[in-house]
Design a protein around this ligand. Sequence first.
Ligand code: TMP
Length: 203
Amino acid sequence: MSGAFITLEGIDGSGKTTQAGLLADWLRKEGHSVRLTREPGGTHIGETVRDLLLSPDRNMTPTAELFLYLADRSLHVAEVIRPALEKGQVVVCERHADSTLAYQGHGRGLDCDLLRRLNALATDGISPDLTIVLDIPPDHARLDENSLDRLESEGREFLARVAEGFRKLAREEPERVKLIDGSPDAHIVNAQVTSLVRRLLQT
Ligand code: TMP
């Protein structure tokens, strides 16, 4: 497979969507063919699963939530990520398997070893070449308090556990998972993101 797989991670309101868009623009200007996508979502069924997962009025157990994220991921890898990589595209994906470890593992308290095995099943052996975590204090999360989705409504303590989960992932896999400060202005964060991606694509 000749493309590159880059994921952007971080707690809700950390600026991932802005940074994913800026990164895709920059990559296109550099001459790359880019596939910008996201989880949950990114496929037809995935967007329906996303609605089920994020709708604030749904009852959900942590296990049901987990399987929906995994089902979404399996389809997303098969329909979008693998074909794009096989075509040599650079895939920029908002959230992927690390979100399951941070949210369902550190946030909900499910067993991380089990989650890794389930992620391996869902991703069918594909894993990011580079993962950039936008690290912000949960109090700085840029959330619209009037329209919180189901996960965003979990509150700041939940987000703090998730943020710590992402930091732990960066410590465990420093070559792949890079933690950067997501608090400054978008263009400053973007400069750090592009510098990491430039380094990846040059190797
Ligand atoms: P977002 O696309 O606005 O970030 O919303 C997706 C939400 O889903 C966010 O709260 C994080 C959560 N999530 C998980 O809990 N586990 C996962 O595996 C993924 C991909 C997302």
